[in-house]
Design a protein around this ligand. Sequence first.
Ligand SMILES: C[S@@+](CC[C@H](N)C(=O)[O-])C[C@H]1O[C@@H](n2cnc3c(N)ncnc32)[C@H](O)[C@@H]1O
Length: 283
Amino acid sequence: MADGAPGMADSLAGTEFAFSSQDFDQIRTLLRQHTGISLSDAKRSMVYSRLARRLRATGRSSFSAYLEGLRTSAPEWEFFVNALTTNLTYFYRESHHFPILADYLKRKAAERGGQTLQLWCAAASTGEEAWTLAMTAAEAFNSLAPPVRILATDLDTQVLATARQGLYRRDQLAKIPEAQIRRYFCEESEGQYRVRPELRALVGFRQLNLLDPAWAVHGPLDAVFCRNVLIYFDRATQLKVVERMASLMPAGALLFVGHSENFSQGQQNFVLQGRTVYARCSG
Ligand SMILES: C[S@@+](CC[C@H](N)C(=O)[O-])C[C@H]1O[C@@H](n2cnc3c(N)ncnc32)[C@H](O)[C@@H]1O
C-alpha cells in the first residue's frame, strides 16, 4: 500500500477482502498449533480462496474480524480446519503396499489362530484408503468377513462424513479391478456405487487429531497406515507422531507411510522393510 500500512504492503491484489501478511501468518500459526499442518508461503492464495468463502458465509467483512470471531466460535473452528486440510486420496493409492499387507495379514492370522487383527488408517480422508484395506483383507482371506477390524480416523469432520457414507461415483472407482467392484460395491443409483454392508461392518470411522495429547486408540495395532499426512508436519512433529504410534504397536507390526515420508533416520522404533513400509522393532 502507498501509505506503507504494516502488513498491508503485500495484500493479494484485486481481491474481494484485504489479506495481509499478518492475517496469513496468524492463520498459519493457529493451524500449526492445533493441527501440526505447516503452510508454506506458496499456500497464501489457496488460504485466501478457501477462507474467503468462510468470510462470506459468516458475514465477516475482513480477515481480522473473521479471526477475532474464530477465537470464540467452536463451530466455526471446525469449518476453519476443514477448509484448510488437503484431502486428495483414491482407491489403491500407492498400490505396492497392498500385496505386502495381504501377505502380512495371512501370516499373522495363521500365527494367531484366526484372532482378529487390528488396523488403523490414521488419515482416512474421504474413505478410499480404509475401504482399500477392507477389500485387501477380503481378497486375502477370500471372505466378506475376514478376521480384521479397521479404525479409520481423520481430523476433518467433513471428509469423514463422506467416508462413512461409502458412496462413490463410478469414475472414483477407476483404480479398482472390475471384479472387485462387482464383489464389494452395489450400484445404488445411476452412476453411484455404495460399499457393501459386509465391508462396511469392518470399518469404524472416528474424528482424531494426530496432534491431540491423548488418542482414543487402543493397541496393540497390527498395522498402521499413516500415509500422506506426515508430509504436512515439521520433522519434530512427524517423529513425535511416529513414536506415539510405535507405543501402540507390538514388535513386527507394520507402519505404512506415503511415498515422500522417510523415517530411516531420527527414530529407533522402526526398521525399513520395503518401499515406505516399516516394521516395529522389538524393545
Ligand atoms: C492428503 S490426505 C491423505 C489421505 C490418505 N491417507 C491417502 O494417502 O490417500 C491427508 C489427510 O490428513 C488429514 N490430516 C491433516 N492433519 C491431520 C491431523 N493433525 N490429524 C489427523 N488427520 C490430519 C487431512 O484432513 C486429510 O484428510
